[in-house]
Design a protein around this ligand. Structure first.
Ligand SMILES: Cc1ncc(C[n+]2csc(CCOP(=O)(O)OP(=O)(O)O)c2C)c(N)n1
Length: 670
């Protein structure tokens, strides 16, 4: 390996900061603050401290580098790039569909990445596993594990710290990027983690503290860490979030934000890189990568005589708003009830749970920040509910309904307690964050839990109504799942929302406004109009089903009955059976792995004696047993084949089949 001087390392870190910001700007999203704070450490690690071979990323004796703080992925990518694992310029395809530079690191896509991360708090346990494996193999490489200071709030970190201390794993070198900020604000206010030094020491670790921006000291501290024998080492690196760019430094708002072009230019100027980085050339590279993505996605889409995509025509215009806002609105409206307590999990503004107390200081004492600790917060919510409170907690659905699944199962559901859990940013709506953050499996577990009620509203209006109902009227464990991205607003204020009762939606014509073209009523209140098929949809697939109904009528003259099954549990079996009896063809549509809805509906159909002997056909639209990917939310809808066009295509296949075999009894699952 080449020896770098301190000045060269400093220069490399500076250059990496510039490339980082260009990639974030090209992506239009990502984490500026935490990538900038860790860049000096990254340069020291990849160019000086770690032993590796960029020509042979799987060399068995290499040091392992685990990026537990997965959201700092771009700094990892630039560490790899500057060390020669991949070209620096390629990082500009960050967060784009199928790029090796996913929103969070995926080791199966990029050589040099040791393991996939993104769910905070898991990297140190992985390091313990790797360290134990090395010991079994009598290998002497080191395992570096990069973590955030907010991340230290995850209980799992301390389980791993205990294990590493217990096993005297002196092949582990933990690094904590102590920039003192996390998403909701200062770490000390969100949930104090200091004194980290005493904590790690008491777990049997050697603790080294360093200025994380002083390259000379970083070089020394890594040398010292390597020399420690008999116990694991943690380097507590004091850093500044957003380091190097004055308007980003120490600003919580820059945690998960990308610079626009103007901000990029200003930042590059401050870094003295204006003449060193060929910004336009890099952005061109990103643009041509994106053009190829666009071309591939377009060629994948089912085609009809015209373009039916949202707002592509002059009529049937639709407004879009993020569903999550409906959640915040309902909490703001109903939060006066003294029993309501909202728990923050360090993603509060973004999922809108903090709207509960916005502008209402009298509610502040009922707002309790729990930090990045989903498992403990879930059980704490159970404790509060047991004492008569109405606790509400939420995070990315994958962290509020999967990370803490056993706590939900035992503490909340088995005890049958009145806890409202929000699965926010669910499905593909977190797009560029990538697979780790796209909850596509949560509904399996949530609806499988005894006592749990599950609601998946279709838009902002229904999210508001459902939240209000669940919060104050429904007693028991309850899960509401909603999206991050703006999605079409389809009901009107007069559209009914009755928990446990599906809505029937029918296309009545075409109108200037999309929502006006449809009529909606409760599934108990409709008359049979002998439609050709039914689409049973949940969540954001309801508007897609409505658009599919338009395609099916316009292109093929088929009439569709749509069931909006917003309450997945308890499910409206009566409405499903009736739709099946009257139309004989049912297509389910879920923004989830196929099954949460499709298999539930199938079991209702096969178990209903009044359907025995009828020729029924079902088809399922949903994710087909694969993980998501980074990409814009609407790109992901296309990539995972979740659009109205895909629903219409599926319905069409079933209709053609029915026509061919109209007299036979068919049991087909497409
Ligand atoms: C288990 C889990 N919960 C929540 C998140 C969402 N999240 C991403 S970054 C972040 C804050 C991390 O703070 P910190 O560790 O201090 O990192 P930094 O401020 O340096 O970016 C949160 C809550 C996540 N990725 N994983």
């Amino acid at each position: 390996m080449r020896e770098y001087s301190v000045a060269e390392l400093q220069d490399a870190a500076n250059l990496m900061r510039g490339y980082d910001l260009v990639a974030l700007c090209a992506a239009g999203s990502g984490h500026a603050g935490g990538t900038l704070s860790v860049m000096d450490i990254t340069a020291a690690l990849y160019l000086h401290a770690a032993v590796h071979d960029p020509q042979n990323p799987s060399w068995p004796d290499r040091d392992r580098i685990i990026w537990s703080a997965g959201h700092k992925a771009p700094s990892l990518y630039l560490g790899l790039a500057i060390a020669g694992f991949c070209p620096m310029d390629d990082v500009v395809t960050l967060r784009k569909l199928s790029s090796p530079f996913q929103g969070h690191p995926h080791w199966l896509k990029l050589p040099g990445v040791e393991i996939s991360t993104g769910s905070l708090g898991q990297g140190l346990s992985i390091s313990v596993g790797m360290a134990l494996a090395a010991r079994l193999e009598e290998k002497h490489h080191k395992i570096f594990c990069l973590m955030g200071d907010g991340e230290q709030q995850e209980g799992q970190i301390w389980e791993a710290a205990m294990e590493a201390g217990h096993f005297h794993l002196d092949n582990i070198i933990g690094i904590v990027d102590c920039n003192r900020l996390q998403i909701d604000g200062w770490v000390k206010d969100v949930m104090q983690v200091e004194p980290l030094s005493e904590k790690y020491s008491s777990f049997g670790w050697e603790v080294l503290r360093v200025d994380g921006h002083d390259m000379g000291k970083l070089v020394d501290v890594f040398q010292k860490a390597r020399a420690v024998v008999g116990k694991p080492v943690v380097i507590l690196a004091d850093t500044v979030k957003g380091k190097g760019v004055s308007f980003m430094e120490n600003q919580p708002g820059w945690h998960g934000k990308a610079p626009n072009r103007q901000e990029l230019d200003a930042a590059l100027k401050e870094l003295g890189l204006t003449d060193r980085i060929r910004v336009e050339q890099l952005l061109d590279k990103a643009r041509s990568y994106q053009a190829e993505v666009d071309r591939k996605l377009a060629s994948k889409m089912p085609r009809f005589s015209r373009d039916y995509w949202w707002n592509a025509g002059t009529t049937m215009q639709v407004k879009m708003e993020p569903n999550r806002k409906g959640f915040g609105q309902a909490l703001a409206e109903n939060g006066d009830d003294e029993r309501v307590v909202c728990l923050g999990l360090d993603i509060s503004g973004s999922i809108t749970i903090s709207d509960f107390f916005a502008g209402k200081p009298e509610r502040a004492r009922r707002w309790i920040s729990m930090g990045i600790a989903e498992q403990s917060a879930t059980a704490a919510a159970a404790g509060m509910a047991r004492e008569g409170k109405l606790p509400v907690l939420g995070s990315y659905a994958t962290f509020s309904a999967a990370r803490n699944l056993d706590q939900i199962r035992v503490s909340v559901c088995y005890s049958n307690l009145n806890v409202l859990i929000a699965g926010a940013h669910a499905g593909v709506s977190v797009g560029p964050d990538g697979a780790t953050h796209q909850a596509l499996e949560d509904l399996f577990a949530m609806q499988g839990l005894p006592n749990m009620s599950v609601v998946v509203p279709c838009d902002i209006v229904e999210t508001r109504k459902a939240t209000s109902y669940l919060l104050l009227e429904h007693v028991g464990p309850k899960y509401i799942r909603f999206a991050r991205e703006a999605t079409p607003i389809v009901p009107k204020d007069t559209t009914p929302f009755v928990f446990g009762r599906a809505n029937v939606i029918r296309l009545r014509g075409e109108a200037a406004n999309f929502a006006d073209a449809f009529e909606t009523c409760l599934a108990t209140d409709y008359a049979n109009e002998s439609e050709d098929l039914s689409i049973v949809a949940i969540g954001p697939m309801v508007p897609e089903a409505m658009r599919a109904a338009l395609i099916l009528r316009r292109e093929f003259g088929y009439e569709t009955l749509i069931l909006n099954l917003h309450t997945l549990k308890p499910i409206d079996a009566e409405a499903i059976v009736r739709a099946a009896r009257e139309t004989r063809i049912l297509v389910t549509a879920e923004e989830h792995q196929i099954g949460a809805l499709a298999w539930r509906v199938s079991s209702i159909l096969t178990e209903s004696s009044e359907l025995y002997g009828l020729a029924l056909m079902t088809g399922a639209i949903g994710v087909r047993d694969r993980f998501g990917d980074s990409g814009a939310p609407w790109e992901m809808v296309k990539e995972l084949e979740l659009s109205a066009e895909h629903i219409a295509e599926k319905a069409l296949k079933l209709m053609e089949f029915k026509k061919r075999k109209s007299t036979e009894t068919i049991l087909a699952t497409a």
